[in-house]
Design a protein around this ligand. Sequence first.
Ligand code: MTE
Length: 323
Amino acid sequence: MLIRHPEPIPEREVTDASIFLRRRQFLQNAAVGAAVLTAGGPFLAGCTDAQEPPARGPKLPGVKAGPPALATDETPTAYHDATAYNNFYEFGTDKGDPARYAGSLRTEPWSVTVEGEVAKPGVVPLEEILRPHPLEERIYRLRCVEAWSMVIPWVGFPLGDLLKRFEPTSNARYVAFETLHDPEQMPGQKRRVLDWPYREGLRMDEAMHPLAILAVGMYGEALPNQNGAPLRLVVPWKYGFKSIKSIVKIRLQREQPYTSWNDQAPREYGFHANVNPEVDHPRWSQKRERRIGDYRKRPTLPFNGYGEQVASLYAGMDLRVLF
Ligand code: MTE
C-alpha cells in the first residue's frame, strides 16, 4: 500500500525553500523507505505499466518560471515514467532499481565540498548552497545515450551562479563532479559496475552556460531519490550520463577531469558527449530516439535541439572528436 503525504503542509507558504526542501526530503525518504518494505507495490514495479499513480508530495515554494527562451513547449513526460524508469547504477542496473532501492539514500544532512582552483573553497551545507539562489522551473528535453528521451520540468538554478560564489581562479578550466560514495546507502556500489564514485565533468565555459543547471526538484516537487536527490546536474544538450546525480563534490581544475563512463569505455562515451545524431554509438544508431510514453521513434536533434544556444561553444571544432 502506498503512503501518501498529508497536504498541503501549511508551513510551506512561509518557509525558506532550503529548509522546506530538507523537511520534504525527510518525508519523502520515509515514504520511499516504507514503500520498499511493501515491495511489489505498483510504484515499485519499476515499469511503465503501473496501475496506480505514485505518491506525490507537496509543491516546492517560490518557484518562478525560467527564461522562456530556454524552455521547450513539448509535453512533459508522465511523472510516473520519469520517476520509475531511471539510470542510477548506485542502486542497480535495471531501470526500475532506483525507484525500488533509492529509499536507503539519506539526503539529510547533506553537504558539498567545493575545492581546487577557487579563492573560497569549503565544505558547504546544502542549505547554504541553496540559500541565495531563486528556484526556477526549466522544462528541458533529456536524451539518454541509450536512445530514449523524456521532457522533464526541472526545478533548480544556474550552475554558473553557484560557481561564481566560490571565485574561480584563472586556472579553472574544468569542473569535476562526484556523487556520494557509500555502499551501505548505495548498495549498487558493492558491485564494481563502475569505478565508484560516479564522476563527471564539464569545461568551464560549458558550466557557466545559462542552460546548465543544478536541480533540486522536478514537477514542482523536491527531487525523488531515484532522480538524484538532493542535488544533481542537468546539462540538456549533452547525453544524460553527463547529468550526474546526488553530488557531494565540485572541484575546479586546470586539467580535463577523469569521468566514469569515458574511463570505462572511451570509444563509446566521450568526455564532451554532446547529443549528435551524426555520430553513432559503436553499437547502435543515434539518429532516432524513443520518447518515453510515445510509440513511434522521432529524429534526434543536434545538441538535443539546443544548438542555437550552445553550438558557438564548439565553433571550429570537429564535432566527431568532441564525442
Ligand atoms: N548519476 C549517477 N550518480 N549515477 C548514474 O548511474 N546515470 C546517468 C545520469 N546520472 C547516473 C547518473 C544517466 S546514464 C542518465 S540517462 C541520467 O542520469 C538519467 O537521469 P534520470 O534517471 O533522472 O532520468
